[in-house]
Design a protein. Structure first.
Length: 168
């Protein structure tokens, strides 16, 4: 069974994922890192091929990862918006929605110029709020567990994920 972390950009899926992997002695994989290793930088993929192409690459990768066992998978923020990805991930995994407030997310992503969905908008807060409003209901729907991250360290969040995963 895999532990799959989903949630908004900036919530800490990668940081928490590394800690969960350490606590559980599982292999950690990050879908964004795997895509960059195979195909190049995500902002370049968005710019030259478009978001639809990027989402197709995510689905291709998810179909591979879903066949493995004992992984901690940190997903890209939009990966679970595609129902096919959720079906694949749930075959051999439990989804954990790492949830944070708008204020927490804005503080974390504001300094990061590389995020394609926020890049060059000039309206980071407005765009982030829009994405959060669109995505949160989907994250809540697909999640097996919801873990609030506000006011918690990555270590505390990871320990909560591991505790909840103990029921797996």
């Amino acid at each position: 069974m895999n532990i799959v972390l989903c949630g908004m950009m900036g919530v800490g899926k990668s940081t928490v994922g590394i800690r969960v992997a350490g606590l559980t002695r599982r292999k950690w994989v990050d879908t964004d890192i795997l895509i960059e290793n195979r195909y190049g930088k995500i902002p370049d993929i968005f710019e030259y091929y478009g978001e639809a192409h990027f989402r197709a690459l995510e689905t291709e990768l998810v179909s591979e990862l879903a066949k493995e066992d004992g992984l901690v998978i940190s997903t890209g923020g939009g990966l679970v918006l595609k129902p096919e990805n959720n079906e694949l991930l749930k075959r051999n995994g439990k989804l954990f929605f790492l949830r944070a407030s708008f204020e927490t997310l804005l503080t974390r992503v504001r300094a990061d110029e590389t995020r394609p969905l926020l890049k060059d908008t000039g309206k980071t807060a407005e765009r982030l709020g829009q994405l959060l409003a669109e995505r949160t209901p989907v994250y809540e729907l697909v999640a097996d567990f919801i873990v609030d991250t506000d006011g918690k360290t990555a270590e505390e969040t990871a320990r909560e994920v591991v505790r909840l995963a103990g029921a797996m």
